[in-house]
Design a binder for this molecule. Structure first.
Ligand code: TYD
Ligand code: MG
Length: 447
């Protein structure tokens, strides 16, 4: 019997070391090296089977894509699922990863599929399918974690899709390491990928997420797969956002928005209508921002609350917005407009439970804060799209035409933008207010 070989793997980056180290030399993280068995037995050296090809001689064939019924998912994937591609779907527990994938398999009843679950029993999946109210008699369910079994089953069924929920439960018989460990995930994924590429079957892998919000397991999992999708949202809210972090066959700009309902996920075609409060409230502290999420303009409602602080240190709190950015905006207001907000608590919330990273939201955040501070509601049918710089200037932002068009389409009458854009204002019915300094904003809003 040959000696069992082992090595130490960094649980953070997958770096391999022959002996234990306190600090990973590759990613510099501490105490992440764990011993794992390499191979049960020695395998003979592989024979050279394939010859390398000259680049010019490689014939290009068009990517074969399976077009899905779910338009959001199609767009996010760059126009359908590419055959033989390996896709990784990450997200927090309970966000709806299993629901999204099961729903996709059931509603595309022109395709057959094998849904492998290492987390739930077949009965639990059946219950979910009943809840979704969809039927596809070509969907097979398998509660299994052994990769050899999974591949054999998928092969004998000749399924058009393979879904594995989740990659952390996979167990390859060729390696003696616990499921979820770096070497196990790596080996199991490599086996699945091999199957996907050889048989041109698109495979969806569900991946767990760590406390920090990154995909659990080795970073190199993200390198291996073709597409990395992230399903996110606030579990207490209804909206879910599907983002692309990597896509070898399309853009990473796209997002898909869904609403979680009692009967599954509903794709939302025009999210702005849902994210913006349609009722006539006339309340202070609310401003509408025209942002761009992915390739689509999206109108979001920014809410702010400014109140006198009861504690010595005033609170600054944000939901869906970066708190450091809020601090910066408050400092600009203090310095450039002489607003004394240092003694006030400031809360900012993006309605609908979504997160916005687009800097074009700055002007709306500032307007909402000013409105709450003055306790004066902003004009109805007014929206904002500009970034604010440290000097208090109102800065131009990309793709303004798209934002204006969207605001106009949704019935807004005024949009505040930076005066640095060269715009043909006559082209639009919506009134375009061009400002250059944050000081001008105050006189515009409350004159
Ligand atoms: P699930 O898809 O199991 O999440 P994940 O696989 O990401 O852990 O379920 C997400 C949640 O959605 C679950 O708490 C129940 C809820 N849900 C609905 O609200 N409506 C539905 O139709 C379904 C199937 C689930
Ligand atoms: Mg699940």
């Amino acid at each position: 019997m040959s000696k069992v070989k082992s090595a130490f793997f960094c649980q953070n980056c997958g770096h391999q070391a022959p002996k234990w180290l306190g600090k990973c030399p590759a990613c510099q993280s501490w105490n992440t090296l764990v011993e794992e068995v390499l191979k049960k037995e020695n395998t003979p050296l592989a024979q050279v089977a394939l010859q390398a090809k000259v680049l010019q001689d490689i014939a290009l064939c068009a990517l074969e894509r399976k077009i899905l019924k779910d338009k959001e998912l199609n767009r996010v994937l760059g126009g359908g699922v590419v055959d033989g591609s390996l896709m990784l779907l990450g997200g927090e527990p309970g966000i709806g990863k299993s629901t999204l994938l099961l729903q996709m398999l059931l509603e595309n009843n022109q395709y057959s599929a094998l849904y492998v679950s290492g987390e739930e029993s077949a009965e639990q999946i059946k219950m979910r399918a009943d809840r979704l109210g969809l039927k596809n008699d070509k969907v097979w369910i398998l509660a299994e974690t052994n990769t050899e079994q999974i591949i054999a089953q998928a092969h004998s069924l000749q399924a058009d899709f393979l879904v594995i929920d989740s990659v952390q439960t996979l167990q390859s018989p060729s390696i003696d390491a616990p499921s979820g460990s770096v070497s196990q995930i790596r080996t199991a994924t490599a086996e699945i990928m091999d199957y996907a590429k050889k048989h041109h079957v698109p495979v969806f892998l569900v991946g767990h997420i760590t406390k920090e919000g990154t995909l659990a397991g080795p970073k190199l999992l993200e390198h291996i797969v073709d597409v990395v999708l992230q399903f996110e949202g606030d579990r207490n809210h209804l909206y879910r956002v599907l983002r692309v972090q990597k896509n070898r066959f399309g853009s990473t700009q796209e997002i898909g928005i869904y609403e979680m309902q009692g009967t599954g996920l509903r794709p939302i075609d025009n999210p702005s209508e849902l994210l913006v409060n349609q009722y006539d409230t006339g309340l202070s502290g609310v401003a509408i921002a025209s942002t761009i999420e992915g390739a689509r303009p999206l109108l979001v409602e920014v809410q702010a609350l400014v109140s006198s602080s009861v504690y010595g240190t005033p609170q600054r709190s944000c939901t869906g917005f970066d708190v450091r950015r809020l601090n910066m905006l408050l400092a600009v207001l203090e310095k450039r407009c002489q607003f004394k907000l240092a003694q006030k608590d400031v809360f900012v919330n993006i309605a609908g439970g979504i997160r916005v990273d687009d800097p074009a939201i700055d002007l709306a955040v500032v307007s909402a804060i000013l409105s709450s501070n003055m306790d004066i509601a902003l004009a109805k049918h007014l929206c904002f799209a500009a970034e604010i710089g440290l000097t208090g200037e109102i800065r131009p932002i990309p793709r303004l035409e798209n934002r204006i068009a969207q605001a106009q389409q949704l019935g807004y009458e005024q949009i505040v933008v930076s005066s640095h854009h060269a715009l043909d204002t006559k082209k639009y019915q919506i009134e375009i207010v061009a400002l250059s300094k944050i000081g001008d904003l105050f006189s515009f809003l409350f004159a």
